[in-house]
Design a protein around this ligand. Structure first.
Ligand SMILES: Cc1cc2nc3c(=O)[nH]c(=O)nc-3n(C[C@H](O)[C@H](O)[C@H](O)COP(=O)(O)OP(=O)(O)OC[C@H]3O[C@@H](n4cnc5c(N)ncnc54)[C@H](O)[C@@H]3O)c2cc1C
Length: 482
């Protein structure tokens, strides 16, 4: 090899925080981009003239899958700390609220897994198995460093371009380890920091209370004969209310602006309007937004969501995340640090179909990391990031909706994919099928009452990934919808 070839060879080091769905999709995105650009894994490379890479995916738990890794995480938590409160958002009986036909990573359609034949709405263990299978099938496991927690991330300003320093701890090493990366992607999820609005925190001093993160099962004797108020009637609130109503005397679900559905005799779940706080005129009552006071509540469950949390980000990184605001920024396209785009985030948008979006975000980050920003300069990124932050994100609704996408997700996914340079007709057709199935499933879900029967989960979808067709299946008969 000539000295010129030696000088020209490039080594790129990538760090990824978290091995949930976002972390493994990002790792795959980098592997695909490196492969397409002719890079080799440094460990496998014998030719000194070739561009090489290293990827380290840091995972603080002992297995991959993130929130879907319920069985392993609950077992290890209860074995090592039998008396502590549950800190995993998944619970025993959880089934998905999206059909697997839309949840799938496009590069690994679910129906390739024999164990996933049958139902569309599946259990957390089926999703956990799918993610482990994806990680294995895509050859990601060798890059994942389990039981390795990221404690600190900061910039190394002395290098040009600026690099990212990651400090980790692991039970296998006696002292923290520090390493320098060209690119770091943060995929730490957003279901670890329970959030309760300040105005409702006073309820905890009067009532037996918990956050939905602590909830595990409706069978628990603690609900028997009790009147329970679930504050929050979205996905978790409505499922938890239905489950505990089997044992409880009565369950109120409080949802801001909810159309009150009444309590027709034998149904134990009553939907009420938003909770204001303690009633100042009574000692035991809980005041609702319509002026009604609930005097018979024994227990309160806060199904009030989660904050984004990045305890490991050094303040000088310059990304803001204020407690209670439920957002992080300013970021360019909800992904990149505007000034130092070699620090990025996958998985911030919510009210989306997560897995397909993660694959697109991860691959685009990788492609831009290798090919550069072209005509998009630092000033443009900073201006747009600031405007997104001040304008409260693409929906422009409220500060806490800065990362809300909802119906905007299809256009957003396309835009990010186009930026990555890999988006074509095939991706457009898949995106369109995702949108159609998502809307069909949502329509079915909205027919149900909050906390009532979850009949929508009985609907079976089918999808042909090659022909881009989908439909519903009844008694073994497939109906084509599109
Ligand atoms: C109760 C519940 C039900 C849901 N239902 C559905 C559904 O039906 N369908 C659907 O598509 N989505 C659903 N979701 C959304 C779900 O969050 C996403 O599907 C997706 O799994 C999120 O992946 P993630 O990788 O972003 O986050 P996570 O799965 O949370 O993974 C983050 C990983 O980062 C690790 N980590 C965090 N901090 C550090 C650190 N400092 N150092 C090292 N590692 C770290 C964590 O241990 C974790 O493994 C649900 C979520 C919850 C909580």
């Amino acid at each position: 090899m000539s000295p010129t070839a030696l000088q020209a060879s490039r080594h790129v080091r990538v760090g990824v925080v978290g091995s949930g769905a976002a972390g493994i999709a990002t790792c795959k995105g980098f592997l695909d981009a490196f492969k397409a650009a002719g890079y080799k894994n440094r460990g496998d490379n014998n030719d000194n003239g070739t561009n090489t890479f290293d990827i380290d995916v840091f995972e603080k738990y002992g297995t991959v899958g993130g929130v879907w890794d319920y069985n392993e995480r609950i077992n290890s938590a209860t074995t090592s700390h039998p008396t502590t409160t549950k800190t995993l958002p998944m619970y025993k009986s959880l089934r998905t609220n999206l059909p697997r036909e839309v949840m799938s990573f496009p590069s690994y359609p679910w129906n390739r897994l024999p164990s996933a034949e049958g139902r569309s709405y599946i259990t957390h263990s089926e999703v956990g198995d799918y993610l482990k299978s994806y990680s294995q099938h895509m050859g990601l496991n060798k890059y994942i460093r389990l039981n390795c927690e990221v404690d600190n991330i900061k910039f190394d300003m002395s290098s040009s371009p600026t690099k990212v320093v990651v400090e980790t701890t692991s039970p296998n090493s006696s002292s923290p380890t520090s390493a320098v990366y060209d690119h770091v992607v943060i995929c730490n999820g957003h279901y670890e920091a329970p959030s309760v609005p300040p105005s409702l925190q006073c309820l905890s001093s009067t009532y037996v209370s918990m956050h939905s993160i602590e909830y595990d099962s409706g069978d628990d004797h603690k609900w028997r004969g009790k009147t329970v108020l679930c504050i929050g009637g979205r996905a978790s609130g409505t499922d938890i209310a239905r489950e505990i109503s089997m044992a409880a005397k009565k369950v109120y679900v409080s949802e801001r602006g909810a159309a009150v559905e009444g309590w027709p005799g034998k149904e134990k779940v009553e939907v009420v309007g938003g909770t204001v706080g303690m009633d100042s005129t009574s000692t035991q009552g809980i005041l609702l937004e319509d002026g009604r006071v609930l005097n018979d509540v024994d227990m309160v469950i806060f199904c009030t969501g989660y904050d984004y949390s990045f305890k490991f980000l050094s303040p000088e990184v310059g990304v803001k995340f204020e407690k209670g605001e439920r957002r992080v920024g300013p970021l360019y396209k909800q992904i990149w640090h505007p000034e130092h785009p070699n620090l990025s985030f996958v998985g911030l948008p919510h009210s989306v179909v997560p897995f397909p979006l993660f694959e697109v975000q991860g691959r685009t980050i990788a492609e831009i990391a290798l090919k550069g920003w072209g005509e998009v300069g630092k000033e443009e990124r900073a201006r747009e990031a600031q405007s997104d932050y001040e304008g409260m994100g693409p929906s422009g609704r409220r500060v806490e909706d800065t990362h809300y996408l909802g119906d905007l997700q299809w256009q957003y996914t396309r835009e990010i994919g186009v930026m990555g340079g890999f988006w074509g007709e095939e991706e457009d057709r898949r995106n369109k099928v995702n949108e159609e199935i998502y809307k069909r499933a949502g329509m079915e879900r909205k027919k149900g009452k909050i906390g009532g029967d979850d009949g929508y989960r009985r609907m079976e979808f089918w999808r042909d990934w090659e022909k881009h067709e989908w439909g519903v299946e009844k008694k073994g008969k497939k109906r084509v919808i599109s």
